[in-house]
Design a protein around this ligand. Structure first.
Ligand SMILES: Cc1ncc(COP(=O)(O)O)c(C=O)c1O
Length: 369
């Protein structure tokens, strides 16, 4: 039996070994292991790639979301609108500031934040809204951004899963006031360890994030704020610069695999395909289908060598971290997604022939349920 892998983070090293080894040697020989030209270069390249003016490398994707909120002074008494259906980091980031989370349910078609629900959740205390481009599906955020800007509300994209995804021809990272990216190894653009970045057009916000991420200091030993230590190290930055040059090719492969799944699996009774919002071009970090007998389907797929996975099975408001404050709320669309979602393997490590085979196995398994 053929066995497929869900994710192969070693694939990028193997396929780019000479470039990666050269990048490693350059950083080692530079003798600079915090900051320096390799970090500066990646920050410039990634800002350009996103179509934004500034990029600040930080320690991970969670901190790339916390820092812009803190830089804007968001804290206790403020409200932050978040999607109910997201990885828990979005909620953790807002919660770490001491603000009150205002979760809103998902759009059943795209599984992303329901824009009308988000607009309806704005109050006089709202200080930020965090649209998440979940699974690599960009949020069509024009109305949300317009409403937020009119009220001085920060629009912070959670772009951890969406490097290169576009809405209305613009890339994630240039759609709101600021964006937090993750370079966790399994992400579309992943480091060989933790990493993250804040991308923005706002020079003041970028400077404030940089200061907070560096002990609250612009000038050595002059500490203006209670900051933290959250930096992208130059070794990871040098690896990311190499990978960034290949990201578009990898994204094309993800899109081609998604095309195979969509054409082979759409219309199968009981199996719901991920919906794509108008004017968006997803980057397919995950390919999430839904089925009422999800657990049985997952078992059948795993038995046939297809490692289908769950993103995410527990709604954030039912998690131990948030149950006390938000467990009484009800988000029926999100709860249904968590109960029925199943992620099929996708990524540049898979060939189109393998995607065809996987699609055939999925179709068989659904009809045998
Ligand atoms: C939607 C989302 N937001 C934020 C994060 C946090 O990123 P990191 O794991 O780099 O802290 C992740 C990734 O894990 C994510 O998927």
């Amino acid at each position: 039996m053929t066995s497929y892998s869900f994710l192969d983070v070693g694939f990028t090293y193997e396929s780019l070994r000479a470039e990666m080894d050269a990048a490693y040697a350059r950083v080692m020989q530079s003798g600079l292991f915090i900051g320096g030209p390799h970090l500066d270069a990646f920050e410039r390249e990634f800002a350009d790639y996103c179509g934004a003016s500034h990029c600040v490398g930080v320690g991970n994707g969670l901190e790339a979301l916390i820092l812009p909120l803190k830089a804007r002074g968001i804290g206790p008494g403020d409200e932050v609108i978040v999607p109910a259906n997201t990885f828990i980091a979005t909620w953790l980031a807002a919660a770490q500031t001491g603000a009150t989370l205002v979760p809103v349910d998902a759009d059943p078609h795209t599984m992303n934040i329901d824009i009308d629900a988000a607009l309806g959740a704005i109050t006089s205390r709202t200080r930020a809204v965090m649209p998440v481009h979940l699974y690599g599906q960009p949020v069509p955020m024009a109305r949300l951004t317009e409403a937020a800007r009119a009220r001085g509300i920060l629009v912070l994209e959670d772009a951890a899963q969406a490097h290169g995804g576009t809405f209305a021809g613009r890339r994630a990272g240039s759609l709101g006031d600021a964006a937090g990216f993750s370079f966790y190894p399994g992400k579309n653009l992943g480091a060989f360890g933790d990493g993250g970045a804040v991308v923005t057009d706002d020079a003041e916000l970028a400077a404030a994030v940089r200061m907070l991420s560096n002990y609250g200091s612009h000038i050595k030993y002059h500490h203006e704020e209670i900051g933290t230590n959250s930096r992208l190290d130059p070794l990871q930055a040098a690896f990311l610069s190499v990978k960034l040059r290949h990201l578009e090719a990898w994204t094309r492969q993800r899109r081609a695999i998604a095309g195979v799944y969509l054409s082979r699996l759409s219309g199968i009774d009981g199996l719901t395909m991920p919906g794509i919002a108008p004017d968006t071009d997803p980057v397919w970090h995950l390919f999430v289908v839904r089925h009422e007998r999800r657990d049985d389907l997952q078992k059948a797929l795993v038995a046939r060598g297809v490692p289908a996975a769950l993103h995410y099975p527990v709604p954030n408001h039912h998690s131990g971290a948030f149950r006390a404050g938000y467990g009484h709320l009800s988000f029926p669309v999100t709860e249904a997604i968590c109960r029925t979602c199943l992620s099929l393997p996708i990524g540049p490590h898979l060939t189109l022939a393998e995607a065809e085979e996987i699609a055939g196995i999925v179709a068989d398994c659904v009809s045998d349920l």
